[in-house]
Design a binder for this molecule. Structure first.
Ligand code: MRU
Length: 340
């Protein structure tokens, strides 16, 4: 299995996701500037992968810096590279706690984050699959999903798509329905690619077909990932998640968020407090390098939206299942074991 991001021979190696599905290419990152540019142009993306990028990035900075002040300044630049996924700042901050012990200790911590991410994905898959089994009455499950939440969004396997993979491996996935995920097509380019690699059955939908098809009973559950989960369970995820949640509620279909504990941010009280990245005009006024809107068109381009907790049937992490629609919060449900 090719890892999405890893530490190989003293440098960061990552899959350049802007080249998929056409080419599977790796990049070797040896400077902070290159890492920040790759995060911002979404060569590496997805909340868990960003957490690992933040941690390995600090390990790289710590080895190169000539003073502690330089490490602190560069770590601050890295943690701000994208604002919405809390995993990035979480990964940077966790390894920075060991900076006084020297670069070797920082690298050890960063590698632990990488390894924990692999274990978390396996655990989420098992918790998530058991939950779907208890919610879906049909013999085989049909699951709608948005964006890319698979191995490409983590080190391996991933979150929501990791659950779909687990269900497929267990032999009871009838079909997955990824939505294409405008404007950067993470669903079409990345999720469809991963499902193809797995050999799993799927059909791709345009984003705007998702809510209507839920009303027609096409899926038994909607599974999404998360970029930040607030203390009350409100969840930021790729724009388009909120409309799927509204439609799922109306259709009586379970709406399930899957994310590692590193995406839970109890310092953020509600979704209102989550900063939503706006990625500017070009992604909306142009498509594949061609202008699709008149010159001078102004845009609003939020990369994420927030699904309120009352629309969320369950949040599955690597350590627990929380049911926000039933009044549970990220503060009042205890952690359980990581499953293997
Ligand atoms: O802009 P992206 O591609 O980084 O957005 C990613 C998402 O919204 C994912 O759904 C989220 O990070 C969870 S990934 C397991």
């Amino acid at each position: 299995m090719v890892r999405t991001i890893d530490w190989i021979d003293g440098a960061i190696e990552l899959i350049d996701q802007t080249r998929l599905p056409g080419a599977l290419e790796k990049r070797r990152i040896t400077t902070l500037d290159d890492l920040i540019v790759d995060i911002q142009r979404l060569a590496v993306r997805g909340a868990p992968a960003l957490g690992v990028a933040g941690a390995l990035g600090v390990a790289m900075i710590a080895q190169q810096a000539s003073s502690l002040d330089e490490v602190h300044a560069n770590a601050a630049l890295l943690r701000e590279a994208r604002p919405t996924a809390v995993n990035l700042s979480w990964g940077v901050d966790r390894v920075m706690k060991r900076i006084d012990e020297g670069p070797a200790a920082v690298l050890t911590e960063a590698l632990a984050i990488r390894d924990e991410d692999v274990a978390a994905s396996i655990s989420m898959g098992l918790y998530g699959a058991d939950l779907v089994r208890s919610l879906v009455t049909r013999e085989k499950a049909r699951i709608m999903t948005i964006c890319n939440t698979g191995g490409l969004a983590a080190v391996e396997r991933g979150t929501a798509l990791g659950v779909i993979q687990t269900i497929f491996e267990q032999g009871w996935l009838e079909e997955a329905f990824p939505v294409e995920t405008r404007p950067l097509l993470q669903g079409a380019r990345l999720t469809a690619w991963e499902l193809t690699q797995m050999g799993a059955p799927f059909r791709l939908l345009v984003d705007s077909a998702g809510p209507f098809l839920l009303s027609r009973g096409i899926a038994d559950a909607v599974f999404i990932g998360a970029d930040r989960i607030a203390a009350n369970g409100d969840t930021a995820n790729k724009v388009g998640s909120f409309s799927l949640a509204l439609a799922a509620q109306r259709a009586g279909v379970p709406f399930i968020v899957v994310a590692p504990e590193s995406t839970v941010d109890v310092n953020t009280e509600t979704g209102e407090d989550i900063e939503i990245e706006d990625r500017g005009s070009e992604e909306v006024t142009n498509f594949a390098g061609l202008r699709t809107a008149p010159e001078g068109t102004r845009t609003v381009n939020p990369a994420f939206d927030v699904t309120p907790h009352d629309l969320i049937t369950a949040i599955v992490t690597d350590r627990r299942i929380v049911r926000p629609a039933l009044g549970q919060t990220m503060r009042n449900v205890d952690l359980g074991p990581t499953r293997t």
